[in-house]
Design a protein around this ligand. Structure first.
Ligand code: KMH
Ligand code: ZN
Length: 276
């Protein structure tokens, strides 16, 4: 079994300091959270950025600023900027995060429209084709985010047609978003059983499912994402003080289950990324 790749989704676009005062907004806070996660064992940081007042933005200028600052503190970390942004953003606005220099190694590509709490997260076929084209042109490896069962077939069909980058594909199964597929082991197995041989995958459990989905992912040979984007609590009623605390809990779970944790360079090899 490959080593476990832990991704920290340190910020997100929807969570606020009112919900947990440790949610980062400023560049300094984003660096602090990235470093806490990497120091605890995260090989990857999934990145959203905010204005100083917490407003989510996809501006490449802000991504550039945050990326440079994170890489100064954590020189080897793999960054996966979001192209999902926040609900309601236009596709062009969302894609701006890929306009940094250098181009990101990876970026998320969301695999279909779905409910997102009270909102709709809009990912039409033309939007996904545009995102796939951008990633093909720029040589960005997508992390295919699936929130619903149908998203997997959609993206596999697009890959077969050459509309998005193909093998080896990296999937992130995000389970438990209100209005989307529940975070059950059964649903995770259904998805994992349908990905092409040679693919890699990560499980993300939303809210109270963060760790109950991490456990089967560790046991099944998959990878795990945790972080404030997905869950603000270390345990029931206890707010996490940092993303590092959430990552550390996954590291401890992995140790208990006898699975080793990958460094960023080991993750690059597992994900077939170019060496740094
Ligand atoms: N903020 C969500 C609506 C991604 O990063 O690609 C979408 C999201 C997905 O976070
Ligand atoms: Zn995200």
């Amino acid at each position: 079994m490959d080593k476990l790749i832990i991704t920290a989704a340190i910020c997100g676009a929807e969570v606020t300091k009112e919900q947990n005062p440790n949610v980062p907004y400023t560049v300094e806070e984003i660096v602090r959270e990235a470093k806490s996660a990497v120091d605890a064992g995260a090989a990857i940081v999934h990145l959203h950025v905010r204005e100083d007042d917490g407003t989510p933005t996809q501006s490449h200028v802000r991504f550039q600023e945050c990326t440079e600052a994170i890489l100064k503190a954590c020189p080897n970390v793999i960054l996966i900027p979001s192209t999902g942004g926040a609900v309601g953003m236009t596709p062009d606005e969302r894609l701006d995060s890929t306009n940094t220099n250098p181009v990101p190694e990876m970026a998320t590509l969301d695999c279909g429209t779905c409910n997102f709490g009270d909102d709709i997260f809009d990912n039409t076929m033309p939007t996904m084709r545009a995102f796939g084209k951008r990633m093909l042109e720029k040589g960005i490896k997508p992390e295919y985010e699936c929130f619903e069962m149908g998203h997997l077939d959609t993206i596999l069909t697009m890959a077969r047609k050459g509309e998005v980058p193909g093998a080896p594909m990296q999937f992130n199964f995000v389970l438990g978003v209100p209005g989307c597929i529940p975070a059950t082991v059964d649903n995770l197995c259904w998805l994992v059983n349908k990905i092409p041989a040679g693919s890699t995958w990560t499980a993300t459990g939303i809210g109270r499912h963060a760790f109950t989905l991490a456990a089967p992912a560790i046991a099944m040979g998959g990878n795990v994402r945790v972080g404030f984007e997905d869950n603000l609590y270390l345990e029931r009623g206890v707010l996490a003080k940092s993303n590092g605390e959430l990552v550390d809990k996954v590291v401890r779970m992995a140790k208990l289950l006898g699975r080793q944790v990958a460094t960023s360079d080991e993750a690059r090899e597992i994900l077939s990324l170019n060496k740094r």
